[in-house]
Design a protein around this ligand. Structure first.
Ligand code: SF4
Length: 353
């Protein structure tokens, strides 16, 4: 990255952050979570019930064929009962595991949801910070945490150090949205742009969402869709967050109340650092192509890496080894990118200079 900086390849100051799931050397059959063990136990219970019914039928027949069938069913039942004992033992182990999950082939690999329809995989979550101009990977990390919610601040800081841009701009998707993470970026001078997850219950039920209420900073009030002012009422702490509450007493006579709230009055909650989240939304509104840029940047990188690594992705086991394997892939990727951008001669000239 130092060389890339010297060559001026990281001058843009804008990066995209994304995570992608990479398959580990561990099939889904050799990964156990409480739900997966329960599901397999239920399948075996159903199979045992089916074989017992078949045994009953065979018992009522006296011929040689029925005798052979009974022997075969008894063997099958033995095998199923043995599998059931193994699963019951595994159920106890899974419950006792720190994160209630066990992978037998690669103990560090974890079951992870992927973006495909209802598909999951056992693998690792590869985080990458990618320069939007030249698609160079400026920072990366392999984790076995299946979500991105806690990655925004520390990956963005790595991007900040690698690019040398104090005021780095980071584009991310809604999976990274976390008030605390966005605040940590803001405090580090990093401007993040990402959409808010669509979790408003009111909006889902066809009522006004919080975005329909406009905050008026000078008066410290919200203006509602009916034009009423919702003054500040009180502050409380919930889940470690300091939250300010606003409402008006005008709701009971409001013509829009049915579209607003089923309660006595509509209350609006404001996090003490909400201004940071509002700035994120303003950046998103100001750059309608931000999410397309983000997608195109990271898709190129992850698509290339996965193409190189083949269908099963990692060849090594354990987080430490997998992280090294990924570092080598990233190094190869960046070298090829720089060669493609500059050509061999200029790169060699810079290296020997
Ligand atoms: S119900 Fe209350 S908050 Fe909602 S639009 Fe009417 S006055 Fe405003």
């Amino acid at each position: 990255m130092v060389l890339c900086r010297q060559l001026g390849l990281l001058a843009g100051g804008v990066v995209a952050l994304d995570g992608s799931r990479f398959k580990a050397v561990n099939t889904r059959d050799r990964n156990f979570t409480p739900a997966a063990v329960r599901r397999r136990i239920e399948q075996i219970e159903a199979s045992i019930a089916r074989y017992l019914a078949a045994l009953d039928t065979a018992d009522r027949q006296e011929d040689e064929v029925a005798h052979v069938r009974k022997v075969r069913i008894a063997e099958r039942l033995d095998a199923l009962r043995m599998r059931m004992r193994e699963l019951q033992a595994m159920e106890t182990l899974v419950e006792a595991a720190p994160d209630r999950q066990i992978s037998l082939t690669d103990p560090d690999a974890r079951a992870m949801a992927t973006r495909g329809k209802g598909t999951g995989m056992v693998g690792y979550n590869v985080q990458a910070v990618v320069d939007t101009e030249h698609h160079l990977i400026v920072a990366h990390e392999v984790t076995n945490v299946g979500h991105d919610r806690t990655q925004l601040a520390h990956m963005s800081r790595q991007g900040q150090v690698a690019t040398g841009h104090e005021a780095l701009s980071v584009l991310a998707d809604r999976g990274y949205f976390s008030g605390e993470e966005i605040l940590a970026c803001d405090q580090a001078g990093i401007a993040v742009t990402l959409p808010k997850p669509l979790t408003s219950g009111a909006k889902a039920e066809g009522r006004f969402g919080k975005q329909d209420f406009v905050y008026e900073a000078e008066a410290d009030t919200y203006r509602c869709p009916a034009g009423e002012q919702l003054p500040y009422r009180y502050t409380n702490v919930e889940g470690g967050l300091t939250l300010r509450r606003y409402w008006t007493t005008a709701c009971h006579g409001c013509a829009l109340k049915a579209r607003c709230t089923p309660a006595k009055e509509r209350r609006v909650t404001r996090w003490e650092h909400e201004a940071v989240l509002e700035a994120v939304q303003r950046r998103l509104d100001a750059d309608p192509h931000a999410m397309r840029t983000r997608r195109q940047t990271v898709e190129h990188v992850f698509g290339t890496l996965k193409g190189w690594m083949g269908a099963t992705h990692f060849r090594t086991r354990r987080l430490k080894n997998v992280a090294t394997e990924m570092s080598l892939q990233v190094l190869a990727y960046n070298l090829k990118r720089v060669l493609a951008i500059l050509g061999v001669e200029p790169l060699l000239t810079t290296l020997w200079a």
